[in-house]
Design a protein around this ligand. Structure first.
Ligand code: HAM
Length: 447
């Protein structure tokens, strides 16, 4: 009986897995240039960690968490996001004491939310993100947004909009909540059951409602920007001005309140403007949180961070860079042919040296005809085939065939072998990519 993947999950393999790998590598490199270090925290945490951080009345905690009792009767949750776990770890391990300020971490891994699956929305998805704690100035927010933007630039996704807003300080949010309660008081009877509950607990969360009937009412609700204190406004303006000076333009989005309760002050989201790709929702988002570490039992240090959704970033790359991905796809460098058991056994030495030299290499492990081995090597896109059979060994050579030009070379099997293989590889790349462009131009003329 075939067992299907769980709804809302997906397998990532072959070219798609390569893209995830490349994105994570580029993002990690940028984070390390900013002096961040990696942190890996458990996928399972005590449920109350998320209730305390994301907010008990948030959709994530209320409707979307994968929560179960373990065999010891503890309530455990698969993390719906990474920030809470990272901060919990900073508190558990007292990383704020051991490390110089600011504490800076980047992370990557799976998250779980029981959402309605659709394009760009999964029940298991991956986040790459960063958290920084211990700096209480707008400069930290500037750097966090700058870094997010640079990560996308590193993978050449520059056609994006950085939406920004401020959720202000406690006083701002208190006044705003009161204004929302007053406004929604006149409409709540006609709104969905969730909104009625949110109205009692935290009217700010009504703004997350996606029910079509409720949206027109929500669109006309007061916006938090009108309630910001002069200090909140100055902070937000400093962040925006500095980012603009650094070449990152931001767009003020007065409706941006984010779906998690821990934010204070500046919040942001990054949206794609690529018309070629469907709108998967925000590529990433984050912001400032003044009290989260303290609420989780740590010292009173302010923090900021963001996370990208890797599914959304990878899907966008697959669409935008489709042709390049196909053209430059990493394939095998050398396929080594053995025509009898003795050849195959000897080939282990050659293939191990090739791999240590940095060449992606493979070989046949069963005796087969030359014809079928070549057919296979061609099918998997190997750049070269190396034949090291009895004849070649007797002559102290290997025969190297360029699968693109079909040229063959007898190369001495001595300490100059790898130098010659590097030369051949260089020629292969020059031929393949230069010639391809000529072929494309010629075919353009015919059309
Ligand atoms: P978030 O906006 O909930 O923020 O999620 C961050 C990103 O994760 C989203 O922008 C989106 O790309 C991706 N994402 C969220 N849900 C799904 C889903 N169901 N399927 C696919 N992708 C999804 C956070 O999680 C915060 N922890 C970000 C943060 C870090 N704030 C401060 N530090």
């Amino acid at each position: 009986m075939e067992i299907n993947p769980v709804k809302g999950t997906h397998d990532i393999y072959l070219e798609e897995a390569d893209i995830y790998h490349d994105i994570e590598k580029c993002f990690s490199e940028v984070a390390m240039l900013y002096n961040y270090h990696e942190i890996r925290t458990p996928i399972i945490e005590h449920t109350n960690l998320f209730a305390r951080s994301a907010g008990e009345d948030s959709d994530i905690v209320n409707k979307e968490m994968y929560t179960f009792l373990d065999k010891g009767g503890r309530s455990i949750t698969l993390r719906p996001e990474m920030t809470a776990g990272v901060l919990r770890s900073i508190v558990s391990n007292k990383l704020y004491i051991a490390k110089e300020m600011p504490v800076r971490f980047f992370y990557s891994g799976p998250c779980f939310r029981y959402e309605r699956p659709q394009a760009g929305r999964y029940r298991q998805f991956h986040q790459f993100g960063i958290e920084t704690l211990g700096v209480n100035t707008p400069y930290n927010d500037v750097e966090v947004i700058l870094m997010a933007k640079q990560m996308l630039s590193m993978i050449r996704l520059d056609n994006v909009t950085v939406k920004i807003n401020s959720l202000g300080n406690e006083e701002t949010r208190k006044n705003y909540r009161a204004a929302l309660r007053e406004y929604f008081g006149g409409h709540i009877e006609n709104m969905c059951e969730d909104c009625k509950r949110r109205y009692e607990l935290n009217p700010l969360r009504i703004l997350d409602c996606k029910v079509p009937n409720d949206r027109p009412i929500i669109e006309k609700a007061p916006v938090i920007t009108d309630f910001l204190t002069p200090e909140d406004k100055e902070w937000l303006n400093t962040v925006r001005d500095m980012l603009s000076d650094l070449g990152v333009e931001t767009v003020l989005d007065t409706h941006l309140v984010r779906g998690l309760d821990y934010y204070t002050g500046v919040v942001f989201e990054i949206a794609s403007n690529y018309k070629e790709a469907p709108d998967f929702g925000a590529l990433g988002g984050g912001g400032h949180y003044a009290h989260l570490l303290k609420e989780l039992g740590g010292p009173d240090l302010e923090g900021a961070g963001f996370s990208f959704g890797l599914e959304r970033v990878a899907s966008l790359c697959q669409i935008i860079f489709k042709e390049e991905i196909e053209k430059y796809q990493e394939s095998l460098d050398f396929y080594v042919v053995g025509l009898n058991d003795e050849n195959i056994q000897n080939n282990f030495k050659l293939i191990t040296s090739l791999r240590l030299e940095g060449f992606i290499s493979d070989m046949n492990y069963e005796v087969k005809s030359m014809k079928s081995i070549f057919k296979y090597a061609s099918k998997i896109g190997s750049k070269f085939v190396i034949i090291a059979g009895d004849d070649e060994m007797n002559k102290g050579i290997v025969r190297v065939k360029n699968m693109l030009t079909e040229e063959q070379y007898d190369v001495p099997y001595d300490d100059q072998l790898f130098a010659k293989l590097h030369d051949l590889m260089k020629e292969y790349y020059e031929k393949r990519f230069n010639d391809n462009s000529e072929v494309e131009e010629e075919s353009g003329d015919i059309n």
